[in-house]
Design a protein around this ligand. Structure first.
Ligand code: 5GP
Length: 201
């Protein structure tokens, strides 16, 4: 069986990352890695589904044991990608999506140069602000913090292999699948194909 592809998937808050992932995960070739975090669960979040919710001490212990592919501190909490689970899913042939922020993404790009990295961007910062206001789940102050954070994150988007602008959800999801497909067809990713073709001459 072919090994799956590791996919780094980052987006500032309010870019529709969650809705995009919902659509993508309808395809059984894809799965998302469940991270460990020291932040408290939000209402409705389930341990082992949304995150593995662990204490700061346990997180530090796991860092020491080298159990994370990457980890980062974000807004006062730690987040990390468990290495064993990711490798297990890749071995099973799944494309494993890491939904992680920019610092962690850069670490994965350095550690696993074979990873495909995709940044999901809003059409503009103004549009992002408008969407966050429309969603109405945060105060004006928090929205401005998130908008500032988003501007910083977008400034780093050039580090990724691909940037997909999420203007219309269906188009963005289609772009995602096109990128993955194009990557699967890359000549350097399929050295066996030429021998196979010539063999049948
Ligand atoms: P939230 O607290 O809103 O669930 O997540 C905050 C940020 O942490 C999001 O940008 C999310 O993508 C990122 N994140 C979630 N899990 C991980 C992880 O394992 N590693 C890193 N580096 N970032 C993560």
């Amino acid at each position: 069986m072919n090994k799956g592809r590791l996919i780094v998937f980052s987006a500032p808050s309010g870019c529709g990352k969650g809705t995009m992932l919902e659509q993508i995960l309808k395809n059984e070739d894809f799965c998302v890695s469940v991270s460990a975090t020291t932040r408290l669960p939000r209402e409705g979040e389930v341990d082992g589904v949304n995150y593995y919710f662990i204490s700061k001490d346990e997180f530090t212990e796991r860092i020491g044991e080298g159990k994370f592919l990457e980890y980062a501190e974000y807004c006062g909490n730690f987040y990390g990608t468990p290495m064993d689970k990711v490798n297990e899913m890749l071995e099973k042939g799944k494309n494993v999506i890491l939904e992680i922020e920019v610092q962690g993404a850069v670490k994965v790009m350095n550690k696993r140069p074979d990873a495909l990295s995709i940044f999901i961007a809003p059409p503009s910062i103004n549009e992002l602000r408008r969407r966050l206001h429309k969603r109405g789940t945060e105060s004006d102050e928090v929205i401005e913090q998130r908008v500032a954070q988003a501007s910083n994150e977008v400034a780093l988007a050039a580090k990724y292999d691909y940037i997909i602008v999420n203007d219309a959800l269906e188009d963005a999801v289609e772009d995602f699948f096109h990128v993955v497909r194009a990557e699967q067809l890359r000549a350097d990713k399929r050295p066996e194909i030429i021998a196979d073709i010539i063999k049948n001459s």
